[in-house]
Design a protein around this ligand. Structure first.
Ligand code: SIN
Length: 308
């Protein structure tokens, strides 16, 4: 039985030529008939130690489908973090305080009177960091009776459907990614207003909030070799050598394209649901349509490599 340290052992489990090698799952049930992207996994209890073969199957399914959904799990913060650590080294989100009891778990709470929600725009997680997380594991502690769903878009499928000319042009460009659009001075989450609006304890160094890093607009998945649209108007300040005003129409075009319905799966949370998504391939969007109700999630991230 293993918990952590499986990353290296199973990194050999690759996809060939960008296509999944067919796999007969022995330890889990995988149902991809839930929408254009993602799969629902059943027949597994994530709260205890997992066999190495089970972790290998989960990793394979995750690479194949981009996001895995589990239902009716009972996960303490420690158990959620331990499950995340099966897939790599856990990381820390720079703009929200983690649980006092667990440094790698951040609570994401929207109180009934809060207006803003966390993640309410299409993005991949913290793509403005030098090493953005490869995986995010979001666990539902308390969900609204209605609303609060999350949308997931397959940016690899959307990238494959671009014209050769557009894709080649985008591949030749570099993005200047920065948290300042959202977290910097004047950003949607800046300052005390955001603290009380979001409900969760909000923080982060001003210096980090204004930082910039270069990443490609289109990235190549380090495990599958597939290319994905990576830039977004919330995390990519501009195309290198262009102004923000010049860059925005490109970002808007890509967002409109990758959020067409043939790429998007909508996930309805229940108490105990867990979603684990691949930030190297998927965009997501937390819907903010449950005013007056409470939503309480726990979020864990797994460190990724530098996008190429
Ligand atoms: C996030 O963007 O990480 C949060 C998504 C959600 O709360 O549904």
């Amino acid at each position: 039985m293993v918990r952590a340290g499986t990353e290296n052992r199973f990194s050999a489990l690759r996809l060939q030529e960008g296509r999944a090698i067919g796999m007969n799952y022995r330890h889990i049930k995988v149902n991809p008939d839930i929408g254009p992207t993602g799969a629902e996994v059943s027949g597994i209890d994530l709260s205890g130690a997992l066999h190495a073969e089970t972790v290998a199957e989960l990793r394979h399914a995750w690479l194949e489908h981009g996001v895995l959904f589990f239902r009716e799990q009972a996960l303490s913060p420690a158990a959620q973090a331990a499950f995340g650590a099966c897939f790599g080294e856990l990381d820390v989100y720079p703009f929200m305080q983690s649980l006092a009891s667990h440094p790698n778990v951040i609570p994401i709470i929207k109180e009934p009177d809060a207006k803003l929600n966390f993640g309410g725009g299409w993005h991949t997680d913290t793509s403005y960091l030098e090493y953005p997380p490869m995986a995010t594991l979001l666990y539902a502690v308390e969900v609204p009776e209605e609303g609060g769903d999350t949308l997931f878009a397959d940016a690899a499928a959307a990238c494959a459907d671009l014209s050769d000319g557009m894709r080649r042009t985008l591949e030749s460009l570099t993005g200047i990614y920065s948290p300042k659009i959202v977290h910097g001075r004047g950003g949607a989450y800046a300052g005390m207003a955001a603290k009380s609006q979001l409900g969760s304890a909000y923080g982060g160094e001003a210096e980090v909030a204004e930082s910039e890093v270069e990443h490609p607009l289109i990235r190549t998945h380090p495990e599958t070799g597939r290319k994905s649209i990576y830039c977004s108007k919330y995390h990519t300040h501009r195309i290198k050598g262009w102004t923000r005003e010049e860059s925005l129409p490109i970002f808007d075009f890509l967002m409109t394209h990758l959020t067409e319905e043939q790429y998007v799966t909508r996930f309805r949370w229940g108490p105990g649901s867990l979603a684990m998504w691949d930030n190297r391939r998927l965009f997501h969007y937390a819907l903010n349509d449950y005013q007056g109700q409470r939503r309480h999630m726990h979020r864990v991230i797994v460190r990724g490599d530098r996008p190429h």
